[in-house]
Design a protein around this ligand. Sequence first.
Ligand SMILES: Nc1ncnc2c1ncn2[C@@H]1O[C@H](COP(=O)(O)OP(=O)(O)OP(=O)(O)O)[C@@H](O)[C@H]1O
Length: 579
Amino acid sequence: MIRGFYTILGPERSRLTVFLFWVVVYGTAQGLAMLTLVPFVRHLLDGDVEAAAAWLWPLAVLVAVGACACYIQAMQGMRMAVYSMRMLHHRLGDHMVTLPLGWFTRDRVGDVSQIAVKGTMFVGSTGAHFITPVVANTVSSVVVVIGLCFFDWRIGVLMIAGAVLLALVGRASSAMLADAENRKRGATVDVNNRVLEFARCQAVLRAFGDAGSHHVPLSESLAQQARIGKAMMWRSVLGILLNGLSVQIVFSAVLAFGAWLAVTDRIEPALLIAIFGLAARFFGPIGELAELGSTLRMSTDEINRITGVLDTERMPAPDRPKELTDHGRIELDSVAFTYDDSSPVLRDVSFVARPGTMTALVGPSGSGKTTIFRLIARFYDVTDGAVRVGGVDVRDQDTVTLMRQLSQVFQDVYLFDDSLRENIRIGRPDATDDEIAAAAETAGVTPIVGRLPDGWNTRVGEAGSALSGGERQRVSIARALLKNAPIVLFDEATSALDPENEAHVAASIRALADNSTVLVIAHKLSTVVAADQIVVLDDTGRVVDIGRHHELLTRGGRYAEFWAQRTAAAGWTMAASGQ
Ligand SMILES: Nc1ncnc2c1ncn2[C@@H]1O[C@H](COP(=O)(O)OP(=O)(O)OP(=O)(O)O)[C@@H](O)[C@H]1O
């Protein structure tokens, strides 16, 4: 556990060393103070009050040293706990923004929230409350046992053997709990995820008649958690019983052995009584250590989880980022990509989007269009081939340079629970209100502002819940316009937009295309027709054709099929394609 603490404290590990130093001083003073009681009691029982009183001085000094060390270590421990909690949040946050997006799976997100909130609190309180009793009790017990060997080596050896036995029993009982605790933690993460899902997806659940409080996946997770909790409780009771029983057995053995030594005249009775007093003091901390065992292990597990996150490899960053050579150009060069261990999503994908042109990506659902966007924005690294943005491989650019070149308009727009104006300002934090208003005008946000109760200052609710889907997309377009990046990745809405929204989106794409290279996942036929080039993907993630609308239609094949299906669905006729 202490090694784990050293890892997570990083450059501030000297704080732990200083803290531990004072804890060891405290434990040693405690142990020595206990040892001085032996000659003190022995002389008292022998009736030599003067000799007994002489031991009061070292005792007083040791108590004073112990008290000072106790105070200093408590202050150091508190500071270290506060620091480690604050610093851990920063370190976790800083590290997580460098991890590939693929790392943030649903389970992991639940786990990370546990680690960031409960885990860091737990680790902090371990530093403040548990390291001291564990280290100080261990040190004082060792000092007592070693000192005891000088008074009577036979009882000393017996107590060393007893301490080893107690340590083994403590280990066994805490290992017994380990598995149940891990399973309980997994169950808690699952319950957290299910509760969030239950709260967030109320609309879907109600629509499909699952609105009662007995949402089956949630009920199952809760039942599982209760089962594991019960098993854990039994194991922990058993562990406490085992520890308590073994302390009693070892203590009784010491008493019986001491009594035998006294009866057989092998030890002076006064010394034996003093040693018994010391033994009673010795087994107190030992018992406490055994009880702390499971807390310690839980804390070690939390530390391991935190270091697990901190040790996860970041997206590799180039040592020397390269200068951009071809602003606004996107090139995919024989790109292959596979998510985790699944089958390839993209195979040998190559195309170039030239500056100032619009490229439409079309293909069946699941053909990898969104994945191409993710690779361009380097949410993931390609499995094979290369993605070049601005003429340079995205792996040879730093994140800031890459992101500065890209604006992204996704379907699942995330709006923050802030005012409408601030949600647009995210596009360019230093933009003036006039610039925001101009972008909003082009994207068609201005009419929305008029409808909202507080106009520009209206909070749009968590995830933009105060706005409709079409309105959220217009806000997202306004962000992109405001950013005015050389490249725009635009994912058109799949759902039919009302004519007003449709007109705004079309006007916005035109406005974006004036200054930028636009790559659009096209769902609207008008966008496809207007594109400078169309990249057609098939359902295996291969590019099957590239060209303008008329060329592709003339060539026939996949694009002609796609066009026929879409025009039929949209109520267009093939003749309309000539528009
Ligand atoms: N994070 C992910 N982890 C694993 N597989 C994924 C992930 N995201 C997408 N996929 C899979 O990759 C394939 C391509 O998905 P992608 O979203 O790129 O397709 P798409 O062409 O954009 O689809 P649509 O038109 O329906 O949005 C699909 O089979 C999908 O299930």
